[in-house]
Design a protein around this ligand. Sequence first.
Ligand SMILES: Nc1ncnc2c1ncn2[C@@H]1O[C@H](COP(=O)(O)OP(=O)(O)O)[C@@H](O)[C@H]1O
Ligand SMILES: N[C@@H](CCC(=O)OP(=O)(O)O)C(=O)O
Length: 268
Amino acid sequence: MLTMVSRVVVKIGTSSLIYPNGQVNLQTIDRLAYTLSAVKNSGCEVVLVTSGAIGVGLASRRMTARPKAIAAQQALAAIGQSELMRLYSERFSDYGTTIAQLLLTHDVFDYPLTKQHVLDTIQTLLVQQVIPVINENDSVATDELAHRTTFGDNDQLSALVATQIEADQLIVLSDIDGLYDKDPHQFAEARLVPVVTDPAALAEASAGGTSSRFGTGGMVTKLRAAKAMMKAGKQMVLCSGQDPRLVLQVLAGEQVGTRFGQVKEETR
Ligand SMILES: Nc1ncnc2c1ncn2[C@@H]1O[C@H](COP(=O)(O)OP(=O)(O)O)[C@@H](O)[C@H]1O
Ligand SMILES: N[C@@H](CCC(=O)OP(=O)(O)O)C(=O)O
């Protein structure tokens, strides 16, 4: 694989990991493990931000609907997170890759000491060629806490991580293959936007919430993530998570999904 990207953050959403029938998509997890291991072996540092704790929790409790109560969702996340990591550990080890779990809240980066600890941990793992696997710490991250944490938004968490560790690129794998000029699940005439270079062009008005059964943020949180990356002078690519091997094409510089940000000369 030929890539000029030396450090990449890949974020995968619940709807790519869980089938609409509520079962875990093992093929996606396997292909993600293969792809990220291949990227790591090629010399590019990789961090995975994964959703799916609640989705896997629902599957393992054989529940079909997400409960409304925050505490019930947090309990499911606690059940699902360890199962999710078990699935990842198994698959990644098939490709000779060690992974490590970090559960974070947004406010960790607000405090210099906690921020430094997290950055040091990630840096040490990357030097050891271990792939950090990050999710929001769902059992503590709720709107009800006094500080700036939110429940259930890994799109912005992935951008925060990517900017803090100075990754060159953030790749967001979603149930949609890119940004459209309007929600394609509501408007048949919606058209894919291949490139966005101007953050001011990212009007949230055209971006709707999620239409998938298990996704949470929809396009609004993805656009906020894209803005954060562009503001930091970095790129974000939004593309389909149906087959995570697409990441190899993104890193090879092929036009896939929607690219947010300027193309750097050396990544062409
Ligand atoms: N302008 C838009 N372009 C693309 N998708 C949009 C847009 N507005 C709303 N959406 C919705 O956002 C969804 C993706 O968000 P979400 O369901 O949270 O996915 P994920 O679980 O992958 O994070 C799409 O399936 C689509 O229905
Ligand atoms: N942290 C939560 C999901 C948060 C989230 O942002 O979900 P998604 O919109 O599917 O990326 C979980 O693991 O279930």
